[in-house]
Design a protein around this ligand. Structure first.
Ligand code: NAI
Ligand code: MG
Length: 349
């Protein structure tokens, strides 16, 4: 099959790990007879510094013509850090109705979790983060910032439709996995929005009687990530809680650099976007030491979304084989470079 992929390296280590991911995709395509056509777009904070915007006007229309978007991360220390999310990541996620953020957490063979005595069997779950509304709608104001009576607000918005849609996706996923879904919430203190969220999810749960449904507050869930990750199968949670918990998920896998994700439009009316869970890591950019595995895993999630299951599984297995051979990047205590890991994964395909 042929697919047209928009490639957005973005900033920082994105310029190293995305090309690594594209190399692995090209090798996978060759092996599985896929025809992948890559079109690069130099969008991000670098583009902002040169041209005053994260992407030129009309870019959202341009990316709609692709089958998928393969993305690194955006953000640079020289650029106002309120902009990357507003002007790129969230803009794409909301314009293209990518209302599901799919973020698997699992242990790769040969990678030691910082959690003592936890193995591949214990750390294997998926975070489904609501990706279009909630705490991140950016509805708010700052008033009189320099005055003694200065004030600021941010309002969360949860809609019935938005909550139902992401909940159905999560329960369907649970049906394909171990039939257990945990709603991670904070409705004991956010008594309006998250009470509503819980109520809608409990209604959706009635359509999936085979799925064991439980509710857990995020404070307890954070502790459970560390103490008993084996209690999770599918986690359904809000935009901000999911953002925070997915970094914790990356950490218990051994490194933030291992986490892959998909911003999914399940109806496939719009293209979905695939990116690692971390940011542009400017502290290590240009050193060829960034871990490319989260990016490469995102590539595999992309192929699976496009319907190329065999190729996707092949990529994940090649990652497992590479990590179990003991060559690791610096974040995992090794000294392998970004490019070396990509080459080794290609060799293992
Ligand atoms: P970050 O995720 O970029 O980095 C956090 C820490 O993890 C750093 O010490 C970094 O070196 C390390 N790290 C991250 N990815 C790694 C990898 N692949 N290999 C090895 N080490 C890795 O988060 P931070 O520092 O909070 O943000 C940096 C910039 O990224 C900011 O401008 C922020 O706004 C942006 N950002 C962008 C995102 C996106 O485009 N989706 C998501 C998160 C942050
Ligand atoms: Mg994040």
């Amino acid at each position: 099959m042929g697919y047209k992929i928009a490639v957005v390296n973005g900033d920082g280590i994105g310029e190293e790990i995305v090309p690594a991911g594209v190399r692995v995709l090209e090798a996978t395509a060759k092996k599985h007879g896929l025809d992948l056509e890559f079109h690069e777009h130099e969008w991000g904070a670098g583009h902002y510094l040169k041209h005053g915007s994260f992407m030129p006007e009309g870019s959202i229309e341009v990316i709609q013509s692709y089958d998928a978007i393969f993305f690194g991360a955006v953000g640079l220390p020289e650029v106002d850090d309120r902009l990357p999310f507003k002007d790129f990541t969230n803009k794409v996620r909301t314009s293209l109705k990518q209302y599901v953020n799919y973020r698997p957490v699992k242990l790769f063979r040969g990678v030691e979790s910082p959690l003592r005595n936890k193995t591949e069997k214990d750390i294997d779950f998926v975070i489904i983060r609501e990706n279009n509304e909630g705490e991140f709608v950016q509805s708010g104001r700052i008033l009189y910032p320099d005055e003694p009576h200065g004030m600021a607000t941010d309002t969360s918005i949860f809609t019935r439709k938005g909550t139902e849609k992401v909940a159905h996706y999560a329960f369907k996923l649970a049906m394909k996995r171990h039939k257990k879904l945990t709603n991670v919430t904070k409705s004991n203190t956010l008594i309006h929005t998250l009470h509503f969220w819980d109520t809608v999810i409990a209604e959706v749960a009635e359509n999936y009687p085979e799925v064991e449904y439980q509710k857990m507050y995020v404070d307890n869930a954070s502790a459970s990530f560390v103490l008993r990750p084996e209690c999770f199968d599918v986690i359904l949670t809000t935009n901000m809680i999911g953002d925070i918990l997915s970094d914790l998920g990356g950490a218990i896998m051994g490194s933030l650099g291992l986490g892959g994700s998909g911003n999914i439009n399940p109806e496939k009316v719009y293209p979905s976007m695939f990116e690692p869970i971390h940011g542009s890591a400017p502290d290590i950019k240009g050193l060829n030491i960034a871990n490319p595995i989260g990016q490469i895993w995102s590539a595999s999630i992309m192929l699976e979304h496009l319907g190329e299951k065999k190729a996707a599984e092949n990529m994940v297995e090649a990652i497992h084989r590479t990590t179990s051979n003991g060559r690791l990047t610096k974040d995992l205590g090794g000294d392998a470079t970004t490019t070396e890991i990509a080459t080794r994964i290609i060799d293992q395909l």
